[in-house]
Write a protein that binds this ligand. Structure first.
Ligand SMILES: CC(C)(COP(=O)(O)OP(=O)(O)OC[C@H]1O[C@@H](n2cnc3c(N)ncnc32)[C@H](O)[C@@H]1OP(=O)(O)O)[C@@H](O)C(=O)NCCC(=O)NCCS
Length: 175
């Protein structure tokens, strides 16, 4: 079923973003460096300013996937100047009830198109090594492991593997 749409979050969407991000942190605590405890302490003004990319001077693409008006997926693309050659993906999450329907792939597709439009050389992310679904998602999209795994958080036994997608190979393979 492809009855979902992908929407770019704006500062007006802060309550929607807050709700889906906190839901993702509660659902998948081992997938993210940040925690529910940390982010549930943020004020509403903090959530709004996260999405105020202009005020932050941040080149980013915060996306939510929606079905029937309900947020069912989330992902952020961020380019950290001055390293404009790399787009980073953070906060990737899909509601458990709708996993396996291609929503993460669709979010990745949007991120790739955005990064190509920004003339980036690569997309980078980090994935918990024990998270088979996410590792497979990225491998099947052309990401390869780079660098050594590092702990998810200070003191965590979980490790995260840095991965990258070479955007020149994406362009070449689509010609
Ligand atoms: C990882 C995650 C985002 C995948 O979302 P999804 O919408 O279910 O993924 P898709 O349906 O788009 O699947 C795309 C590909 O991912 C891989 N994949 C997804 N779920 C998988 C699973 N349970 N087992 C193995 N591979 C899986 C497959 O390669 C799949 O392609 P295919 O269906 O053609 O085989 C989702 O499981 C999730 O939110 N997990 C918890 C949060 C998380 O781990 N985020 C990643 C942080 S780096």
């Amino acid at each position: 079923m492809n009855d979902f749409n992908i929407k770019l979050l704006t500062p007006n969407d802060w309550a929607l973003y807050k709700s889906v991000r906190l839901e993702s942190l509660l659902d998948s605590p081992d997938s993210f460096g940040s925690t529910y405890e940390q982010e549930s302490a943020l004020s509403d003004a903090d959530w709004q300013s996260r999405l105020d990319l202009k005020a932050r001077g941040l080149d980013a693409m915060p996306l939510v996937a929606q079905r029937g008006g309900r947020a069912v997926g989330l992902a952020w693309g961020v380019i950290h100047a001055p390293d404009v050659a790399t787009a980073h993906i953070y906060q990737m999450w899909v509601l458990p009830a709708v996993r396996g329907e291609g929503i993460a792939k669709a979010l990745l597709h949007e991120m790739t198109a955005w990064a190509l439009g920004r003339k980036c050389d690569q997309i980078a992310l980090a994935v918990t090594t024990s998270n088979a679904a996410a590792v497979r998602l990225y491998q099947s999209s052309g990401f390869i492991a780079i660098d050594q795994p590092t702990p998810l958080r200070n003191g965590s036994v979980l490790m995260v593997q840095p991965m990258a997608l070479n955007l020149h190979s994406v362009v070449e393979s689509t010609i």
